[in-house]
Design a protein around this ligand. Structure first.
Ligand code: BT5
Length: 329
């Protein structure tokens, strides 16, 4: 990270790096080539955004508290030097992070670009279903990946994302989430995360994979609309504690970087193994509702391509490429 102070954002990054040590206003002004008044204005603006900054006489500014917002500076601090994450674009309120990510990808955004929002007013799931994304309560983000793979392998990235989020949730929030094929994470039997994978591709090559990740983090039960209350949960509800969203976002991004690297180096088998460790679907009796038909049987595994294999009651094995799965037992 370039830590030369030149504006409000880099001043914040420096205050975060200082870890509670005072930063001299004069030294910052000299470094940035601005007046002390300009530095004071940046400090006031940061205070208005919710940062708590104390001014210690003759010593300088000390950062004493950060607001609960997912600023790129906070996420980067939690990431340390992880080189997977590229630009992080942070928004207060958007309709959905997905179209923004698509636009960025079309304009050539690099692998590891992240679009993150405090609130989505029109978040979406698969088949244009709505995704409820309350302000400041969750992680609503899209990550752009540009792996050199053929388009038919892109669905594997839904599984890569599921494994990454599942492990980051366990490590950061201490909540045992489990994957329900292909894109749900359940905790305590209810949905805590949804993943939406979209593609920009030529016939033979992927140009960009956009992974949309929605994690319910700090909602209380009453924060969900009534229709979701029986089926949705949050990490706070499951753990009984508020979860640090910046730490969790960083944990997800770090894991996503590791898992995509592992996949590109070693192929799908190690991901498949991790996925099977974290999944609740395998071995269970399930109902699979596809756009064409409804099938009931036992989920026996996933293939190298991430396709779910179902053993029907007559013994035949069917590959399911895309469906909603209901666990029957
Ligand atoms: C998904 O779709 O689960 C994918 C959700 C992806 C959301 C992320 S947030 C960042 C990015 N930007 C977006 O606009 N989207 C992505 P699906 O499997 O189709 O599930 C949708 C269903 O989940 C809905 O029909 C509801 O029943 C339920 N649902 C909606 N909001 C929910 C929530 N916050 N928590 C749990 N369940 C929810």
């Amino acid at each position: 990270m370039d830590s030369t102070v030149k504006d409000k954002e880099s001043l914040l990054a420096r205050l975060l790096e200082a870890g509670g040590e005072p930063l001299s206003g004069q030294a910052i002004a000299d470094e940035a080539g601005v007046s002390r008044t300009a530095v004071w204005k940046w400090i006031k603006e940061l205070e208005e955004e919710g940062y708590r900054i104390r001014s210690v006489r003759k010593k300088g500014y000390v950062l004493e508290g950060v607001p609960d917002i997912l600023t790129p500076e906070l996420i980067r601090k939690e990431l340390g030097g992880d080189e997977f994450v590229g630009r992080i674009l942070h928004f207060d309120s958007v309709e959905s992070t997905m179209p923004i990510a698509h636009r960025e990808a079309q304009e050539g955004a690099a692998d590891g670009t992240v679009i993150i929002a405090e609130e989505q007013t029109s978040g979406k799931g698969r088949l244009a279903r709505p995704w409820t994304s309350a302000a400041g309560k969750g992680i609503w983000m899209s990550v752009i990946l540009t792996p050199d793979i053929p388009p038919h392998k892109a669905p594997q990235f839904t599984l890569i994302a599921a494994v990454s989020v599942c492990r980051a949730i366990r490590e950061t929030a201490g909540v045992e989430a489990r994957i329900k094929w292909p894109n749900d994470l359940l905790a305590g039997g209810r949905k805590v995360t949804g993943i939406l994978t979209e593609l920009q591709a030529d016939p033979d090559r992927v140009k960009a994979i956009i992974i949309g990740i929605g994690i319910n983090v700090n909602q209380d039960p009453g924060d969900f609309p009534e229709s979701l209350q029986p089926i949705a949960t949050s990490l706070k509800i499951q753990s009984g504690q508020k979860v640090d969203r910046a730490k969790l976002a960083a944990g997800v991004l770090r894991r996503l970087g590791e898992c995509s690297r592992l996949y590109l180096e070693k192929g799908f088998p190690p991901i498949k193994k991790m996925w099977e460790e974290d999944a609740i679907t395998i071995g269970r009796r399930v109902k699979a509702v596809t756009v064409r038909e409804t099938l009931t049987g036992t989920a026996v595994g996933i293939t190298e391509e991430g396709v779910l294999e179902l053993r029907l009651d007559d013994g035949t094995i069917r590959g399911i490429y895309s469906a909603d799965i209901e666990l029957q037992d």
